[in-house]
Design a protein around this ligand. Structure first.
Ligand SMILES: Cc1cc2nc3c(=O)[nH]c(=O)nc-3n(C[C@H](O)[C@H](O)[C@H](O)COP(=O)(O)OP(=O)(O)OC[C@H]3O[C@@H](n4cnc5c(N)ncnc54)[C@H](O)[C@@H]3O)c2cc1C
Length: 373
């Protein structure tokens, strides 16, 4: 039985076949919402989370590779953030009050954005986030702002990281689920021509009223839950980036080996072959990291494993895309060419944690990982 069948349970239909059938009916110029609905209606989001809040990494890899092959980065990003972090946090939260939202999200009827990066703090340091949840006699109020949120412009619900105590402490935060159309919520689209379809935006919360039922999970537990599930998003990003570089390497190989109108193919140039070989080495390195660390992400050393995976794959992605773009010369600058893809793929070293911040985190893990006996 292949790995992709393992978690299908009694279903005789493998995930990949269901996925191919679902995507066949979706046009390449689709929106995240249409794609999310198609995945939900085909039962694929449910299948991803068949074992609970952590998606199957085999299914996750298959999903993101299939999306990457068909859709622009922005559209895949809109799915990736939902299955990588927003849904896992929501599914793990327990409590019946949010059952409808969970059900609708798994069915592809509702989209959920994860709003953690705060306007008052660096994204790498969430402890300084200032968006606040305040209790009043009349209920609770959310006040503040979030930046660079994927799906901000198109999600139904916003899963917002909010401070519930003033102390600068790991236990001072709560998750709050805020409908995007709630009074006091406003979304400004991010001014970027990158990530078409991702609905990237900045969100303001101006005295937004919420009920106690909209607080997701236990108060004070949001940062531990973020740390646990951002690991899943980091794994998802690594699996996606590795699929993306695999297809870029294939297309670059084709480019290099196709005879040019002026004469022989570029493959005759030894320097070009060596630079391409360097990309193959990096690709193998990234795939090996994924193979070795995917299964560790849910385990006791999962946060460190996810940081190593994300930082390592982001570095390989950067190297492969810059070499392949350079090998393609001016061709890389044509519309839809590698120069654009390379710029967008730079997000693998920023969104969900910058490479520098992750290296800082890896270095701070005792004992030194290379000295394990
Ligand atoms: C395409 C895209 C989609 C995104 N989607 C979402 C989303 O859906 N939800 C969400 O909440 N956020 C999202 N973000 C925001 C993203 O998570 C943040 O941009 C990221 O966490 C980095 O934060 P920052 O931009 O404030 O950079 P900073 O934290 O200010 O970091 C900038 C630079 O400072 C240096 N630096 C920072 N910390 C350290 C350190 N500890 N050690 C060494 N150097 C350091 C590094 O050079 C780093 O690259 C998205 C961003 C992008 C680009």
């Amino acid at each position: 039985m292949c790995a992709l069948h393992e978690q299908c349970g009694s279903s005789a239909i493998p995930f990949t076949r269901l996925l191919a059938a679902a995507l066949a009916g979706v046009p390449a110029e689709t929106s995240v919402r249409e794609l999310w609905r198609a995945l939900g209606e085909a039962g694929l989001i449910e299948a991803l989370f068949a074992d609970g809040a952590r998606p199957s990494s085999a299914f996750l890899g298959a999903l993101l590779a299939a999306l990457d092959a068909r859709f622009p980065i922005g559209v895949t990003l809109g799915i990736c953030v939902q299955v990588g972090s927003a849904l896992p946090i929501l599914l793990d939260s327990g409590g019946d009050d949010l059952g409808v939202v969970r059900h609708d999200a798994l069915a592809g009827k509702a989209m959920v954005a994860l709003a953690a990066t705060d306007e008052a703090a660096a994204g790498s340091d969430l402890m300084d986030a200032a968006t606040i949840l305040t209790g009043t006699d009349d209920g609770e109020i959310v006040e503040g702002g979030k930046l660079w949120i994927t799906n901000a412009a198109q999600a139904d619900q916003l899963l917002v990281l909010a401070r519930c105590r003033q102390d600068r402490h790991f236990t001072s935060f709560a998750w709050v689920l805020v409908p995007r159309d709630a009074p006091g919520v406003s979304v400004r689209p991010a001014t970027t021509t990158f990530f078409r379809g991702a609905g990237l935006g900045h969100i303001s919360f101006d005295a937004v009223r919420v009920t106690a039922e909209q607080v997701v999970g236990r108060r004070g537990y949001a940062l531990p839950s973020f740390a646990r599930y951002i690991s899943v998003e980091r794994l998802a990003g690594a699996l996606w980036a590795t699929a993306l570089t695999r297809r870029v390497i294939e297309s670059t190989c084709q480019w290099l080996t196709t005879p040019s109108a002026a004469g022989p193919s570029r493959w005759d140039d030894q320097v070009a072959r060596h630079r391409f070989a360097r990309c193959l080495v990096e690709q193998q390195r990234a795939e090996s990291l994924c193979a070795q660390l995917s299964s560790q992400v849910g385990g006791p050393d999962g946060q460190r494993a996810a940081m190593v995976l994300k930082a390592g794959v982001a570095m390989s992605t950067d190297l492969i895309l810059s070499e392949c773009a350079s090998l393609q010369g001016a061709h890389a600058w044509a519309d839809g060419g590698l120069a654009w893809l390379r710029a967008e793929a730079g997000m693998f070293g920023v969104a969900g944690g910058t490479t520098d911040a992750l290296l800082d985190g890896i270095a701070s893990y005792p004992p030194c990982p290379v000295t394990t006996s």
